[in-house]
Design a protein around this ligand. Structure first.
Ligand SMILES: CCCCCCCC/C=C\C/C=C/C(=O)SCCNC(=O)CCNC(=O)[C@H](O)C(C)(C)COP(=O)(O)OP(=O)(O)OC[C@H]1O[C@@H](n2cnc3c(N)ncnc32)[C@H](O)[C@@H]1OP(=O)(O)O
Ligand SMILES: Cc1cc2nc3c(=O)[nH]c(=O)nc-3n(C[C@H](O)[C@H](O)[C@H](O)COP(=O)(O)OP(=O)(O)OC[C@H]3O[C@@H](n4cnc5c(N)ncnc54)[C@H](O)[C@@H]3O)c2cc1C
Length: 627
């Protein structure tokens, strides 16, 4: 029945202060207030409805996204929302759109790689959305290999301009979000050529479309790259293709914080690492880690609530069947994902601190922690997005057949989320960067340069370097093992930062105890999953492995009475979850049944096409001899 909380009995089992846990999950009382207020604002406004997406064509879907983006901007302006509130509103609108790239990459690129003068010129236009930007780096022929990009930017000292050109088909920009139909400007990454000499890949601000009628400018060929994975999903985004035919831009539209070109045609490299050109990717990678905890927690919330609602087998003397959340197999699949959602939340908080710290150091020309920041953002982006994509799929399976319905919210969540394993850096390519960082650290062991921060533990492998054991084979030859070592390194960081979080003051009855249980589940689940490595390296004995397994089962029993309260702590509205299986009141079956009849296919009891195709089939005169 509507209004009845079918999960009340579960909520009454909770052994901790859920409201206090909501603050921990949000990060602070202020963050909780903003999140709670904005999520309810979006949920209550019919202008942000999203339950009709699966019935729209690509063009209708895209136009609806434009409408919502414009409506969101109007809401932000009318309500005079702060930057923090506006970001939260775009988050809870929950639809990939060109605004993600405008705010999430175009503006950060100008802030990170533009000079003060360039920031003063372009940021006010971007903040007021008088221009709409995208981040055009990837090409048809190159994405991972940035140094392989082919677009050229040739300096013309006669006119004090750069000539931006796509020399080959494979140099066509391909994938940038917002590029296909909306962006008026791009940060385009191209090979800088000055006086016939190449100076690597740099960023250039290029206008693509007229601000009068939105038509592409001279020399610009631009469009959408076509349908992507899933039906709705990421097809709300106009990922685009772009070709330049000798497009001229003023010299002052090359982002010049890292490298400069003077009007005389002199190239100058600032005394900053060339890799600062990659700074925007580092920034987005750390935001993607926080996004992973959001996406995984959404899926876990749906699967946990439904696992408490769903009953299957186990009826005694005509009594109720067993809640599937009480099966140990369901718990062993679900609770490590619940623990991971919390673990990723806290590692995301730490990574945000690390990124802010390295940014502050860079402003003082202190580059000492840049390699560690690159390795951590790359590795943790890879680890958390892989685990989250796999986790969303596992949550779909945990919901049985109904998990495969669009109305469960899980297929759409999966389809929108999985490209995170690829964009902002293919996950394997990024782990190889971590492996390179670890090998460089090992090679420096024994020198005066002592490992600190997240690699401080590596002093313990120093003996390996001294005995020079093992065959010195190439990095490429050992890359599979090195990638596994990179994952282990990142997992160690996640566990360490979860433990550090627990050493902080955490208010609320029973809150710290619940987080300790989740931290132990996260760590012991990893030990169990990789016990082969731990046993073969002598880190643990078979007895330890058995003890860890026994403890895991005990920990699952401790989580069980608190599971619903732990997902309530995410404080997601039913609108944001977009899931009948995950609805707060647990009143699943009536909602599933009602939703079915709303499908356009049920607008008529006899399907369109019956008379054309089915009736002739049924009424066929000629029947095969066998029938
Ligand atoms: C509120 C926020 C909302 C955000 C919105 C998000 C929406 C997200 C949705 C979609 C957006 C998607 C956008 C994109 O996908 S943008 C394109 C992303 N592309 C990539 O990530 C490309 C990946 N490839 C690379 O990064 C590089 O090619 C590379 C690192 C793999 C190799 O670079 P290369 O120049 O060849 O360097 P080397 O490997 O030779 O290393 C040299 C040296 O430099 C160090 N280094 C490399 N990268 C960095 C870096 N980023 N920062 C610092 N240092 C770096 C590397 O470690 C080496 O150091 P050394 O060993 O000491 O020599
Ligand atoms: C939804 C979506 C949105 C995107 N948005 C943007 C955007 O806004 N702007 C933008 O510029 N780009 C964008 N991209 C592009 C994205 O950044 C690239 O696709 C990504 O960087 C991966 O590069 P790639 O496609 O070249 O993959 P590839 O590198 O071709 O990967 C193919 C395979 O090769 C492997 N591989 C590659 N190099 C190595 C190596 N050295 N060693 C071992 N294995 C290797 C990879 O691991 C992978 O398995 C987007 C992509 C997607 C899917």
């Amino acid at each position: 029945m509507e209004g009845v909380d079918h999960l009340a009995h579960e909520r009454n089992k909770s052994e901790f202060d859920v409201d206090a846990m909501k603050i921990v999950w949000a990060g602070s009382p202020h963050a909780f207030d903003v999140s709670d207020r904005i999520s309810k604002l979006v949920a209550s406004d019919p202008g942000f409805r999203k339950d009709n997406r699966s019935t729209l064509s690509r063009k209708e879907l895209f136009k609806n996204t434009l409408r919502k983006a414009a409506y969101a901007w109007k809401t932000i302006v009318d309500l005079r929302l702060s930057e923090e509130e506006a970001a939260k509103l775009r988050f809870y609108v929950d639809e990939p759109a060109f605004t993600d790239l405008h705010w999430g990459m175009f503006i950060p690129a100008i802030k990170g790689q533009g000079t003060e003068e360039q920031q003063q010129k372009w940021l006010p236009l971007a903040y007021k959305m008088q221009i709409i930007g995208c981040y055009a780096q990837t090409e048809l022929g190159h994405g991972s290999n940035v140094q392989g990009l082919e677009t050229t930017a040739t300096f013309d000292p006669q006119t004090d301009e750069f000539i931006i050109h796509s020399p080959t088909l494979t140099s066509s920009k391909w994938w940038p979000g917002g590029l296909g139909k909306v962006a008026t400007h791009a940060i385009a990454y191209a090979r800088l050529i000055v006086g016939g000499r190449e100076h690597g890949v740099n960023g250039f601000i290029v206008q693509l479309r007229s601000l009068e009628d939105h038509s592409p400018l001279l020399g610009i060929t631009v469009g959408d790259i076509g349908m992507k994975f899933g039906n709705g999903a990421y097809n709300t985004m106009d990922n685009g293709v772009l070709r330049f035919d000798h497009v001229r831009i003023p010299r002052n539209q090359m982002l010049m914080r890292v490298s400069q070109v003077t009007c005389e045609g002199k190239y100058k490299q600032s005394d900053v690492p060339r890799q600062l050109v990659y700074g925007t990717m580092v920034y987005v990678r750390q935001t993607i880690v926080a996004d992973a905890s959001c996406a995984l927690s959404r899926a876990v919330c749906i699967a946990t609530r439904y696992s408490a609602v769903r009953r299957q087998f186990g009826s005694q003397n005509g009594g109720p069947e067993t809640q599937v959340i009480d099966y140990k197999t369901q718990q062993s699949r679900l609770f490590p994902l619940l623990a991971s959602a919390y673990a990723f939340r806290f590692i995301g908080e730490w990574l945000k601190w690390l990124y802010a710290d390295v940014t502050q150091r860079l402003q003082a020309n202190d580059f000492s922690t840049l390699p560690e920041a690159h390795a951590c953002t790359a590795g943790l982006k890879s680890l958390t997005t892989t685990a989250t994509a796999d986790g969303i799929e596992e949550c779909r399976k945990l919901c049985g057949g109904h998990g495969y319905l669009c109305s469960s919210g899980l297929p759409e969540l999966f389809a929108v989320y999985v490209p995170a394993c690829t964009y902002e850096g293919d996950n394997t390519v990024l782990l190889l960067q971590v492996a390179r960082f670890l090998m460089k650290t090992v090679s420096q062991l024994g020198s005066s340069k002592k490992p600190v921060g997240t690699i401080a533990y590596m002093t313990r492998v120093e003996h390996l370097m001294q005995c020079r054991c093992g065959v010195q084979r190439g990095f490429a030859e050992l890359s599979v093992d090195l990638v596994e070592a990179a994952v282990a390194h990142c997992q160690l960081i996640v566990v360490s930062k979860f433990i550090e979080k627990l050493q902080q003051e955490i208010p609320g009855k029973g809150v710290k105890q619940q987080l300790e249980v989740l931290c132990n589940i996260y760590a012991l689940f990893l030990l169990h999953k990789h016990q082969g490595d731990f046993l073969s390296t002598g880190c643990i004995t078979p007895k330890h492995a058995a003890l860890a397994n026994d403890e895991l089962r005990s920990l699952y029993s401790q989580v069980r009475p608190n599971a619903i309260a732990l997902v309530d702590a995410f404080n997601y509205t039913d609108h944001y979850l977009g899931s009948i299986l995950g609805c707060y009141d647990g009143n699943v079956y009536p909602k599933l049944y009602e939703a079915a009849w709303k499908d356009p296919l049920n607008e008529s009891v006899v399907p369109d096409g019956y008379h054309q195709y089915i009736r002739p089939l049924l009424k066929q005169e000629i029947r095969t001899a066998r029938l």
